[in-house]
Ligand binder design. Structure first.
Ligand code: CAA
Length: 386
């Protein structure tokens, strides 16, 4: 990280160093091949778990590292500078299912699911979207019906990150009835595991970017879930999902800053080496202005993200702040990677350099965990909420 809002604490520097070393040793040599082959490397989960990176914000009493949000995001940015696919796996696991279990789970649920997740023995996923319910998440159709001491779920979830590998999936389903539709208040959250009868993994998406992160559909066909797998209260699942996405969006913002930082560094290095018209192209003002604007956008996105993280760590409401951080960081990542390709010229358009992967990986940050348009809606609504 080239620049931080305030000096990092010793602990933050240590975690940042650990993430940087790990990414350089265990991820960087393989990233291009994983991207090419759309390969998710399962051994990474165990290795990241051993470092504690799958329980970063989980308190020590539940086998986590008990770090604050800012420290977690600093580590996530480091991983994302090397591989955005690994970063999204970490972001989803650390920001969504584990935080939902921590906040709304019973002690039994924490013992059974959260502790092994914190140790990296079980990987988490989050299933809100459906083929017909993306930005309008409250229109989801997966139905859960209470039958004796279990819930029976039918429906299809879509765009589930880590979906082929997810071992603990927090899935949102309707618990209202066709005669008594309750909108966002008719949705509940469930702890789903792949061993449940009626669970199956559907289509694996063939994506433009983040190719080493498996994104799948999940099918629930008369899937029986024991009643004690309901998370929190009936009818609160949508609210839980929205509150969790306030955290998740900070993770995606950190991923975006990491992608942008990597593009900036690679473009700056290339501009110093590449000669045209008898000089390194960094000596041309056209290139200098691009690099200056790229560096400014990376620094602003990181600054807003760190402000939002600090607000969260102070216990403040961050709905608007996290939407702003994600909006600025994801649009900066797309813009910065586009400029980086331009600086590389033809070499940016081929796979010899990793910059084209950064460009492909950046695009989804403007789409998932709420599109840029949804972030703008959240930000604008909050202007009138007081
Ligand atoms: N925190 C707490 N409560 C919230 C909230 C938040 N951030 N956002 C909404 N709510 C509450 C509202 O207060 C309201 O509560 P009441 O019933 O008490 O009034 C209720 O939830 C319904 O809210 P809205 O009326 O605002 O709901 P809406 O239908 O208009 O939708 C939306 C709002 C912001 C558009 C929301 O649907 C949204 O964020 N959509 C995008 C969905 C999204 O981000 N999906 C990403 C899926 S995960 C993914 O990308 C894959 C991955 O794994 C990486």
């Amino acid at each position: 990280m080239a620049w931080a809002l305030t000096p990092l604490t010793e602990e933050q520097q240590e975690i940042q160093h650990l993430a940087r070393e790990f990414a350089a040793r265990e991820i960087a040599p393989y990233s291009a091949a994983w991207d090419r082959d759309a390969h998710f490397e399962p051994s990474l989960v165990q290795k990241l778990g051993e470092l504690g990176f799958l329980g970063m914000m989980i308190p020590e009493q539940y086998d986590g590292l008990g770090l604050d949000t800012l420290t977690y995001l600093i580590a996530l940015e480091e991983i994302a500078t090397v591989d955005a696919s690994v970063a999204v796996m970490l972001s989803v696991h650390n920001s969504l299912p584990t935080q939902m279990l921590l906040r709304w789970g019973t002690e039994e649920q924490k013992e059974r699911f959260l502790k092994p997740m914190a140790r990296g023995e079980l990987l988490g996923a989050f299933a809100l979207s459906e083929p017909e319910a993306g930005s309008d998440a409250a229109s989801l159709r997966t139905q859960a019906v209470l039958d004796g001491d279990s819930w029976v779920l039918n429906g299809t979830k879509a765009w589930v990150s880590s979906g082929t590998k997810g071992e603990v999936i927090i899935a949102m389903a309707r618990t209202d009835t066709p005669d008594d539709r309750r909108g966002a208040r008719g949705i509940s959250a469930f702890i789903v595991t792949p061993d449940l009868p009626g669970f199956s993994v559907g289509k694996k998406e063939d994506k433009m970017g983040l190719r080493a992160s498996p994104t799948v559909q999940l099918h629930f066909s008369d899937m029986r879930i024991p009643a004690d797998r309901l998370l929190g209260h009936v009818g609160s699942g949508f609210i839980y999902a929205m509150q969790s996405l306030d955290n998740g969006r900070l993770g995606i913002a950190a991923q975006s800053v990491g992608i942008a930082e990597a593009a900036l560094r690679q473009a700056a290095t290339y501009a110093a080496e590449r000669k045209q018209f008898g000089r390194p192209i960094k000596e041309f003002q056209a290139i200098q202005f691009k690099l200056a604007d790229m560096a400014t956008r990376v620094a602003s996105a990181r600054a807003l993200l760190h402000l939002a993280a600090r607000a969260k760590d102070r216990g403040e409401k961050i709905r608007q702040f996290s939407a702003m951080a994600k909006l600025l960081a994801s649009e900066s990542a797309m813009w910065v990677t586009t400029q980086a390709i331009q600086i590389f010229g033809g070499y940016g358009y081929i796979k010899d350099y990793p910059v084209e992967r950064l460009f492909r990986d950046a695009k989804v940050t403007e789409i998932y965990e709420g599109t840029s348009e949804i972030q703008r809606i959240v930000i604008a609504r909050e202007l009138y909420s007081h």
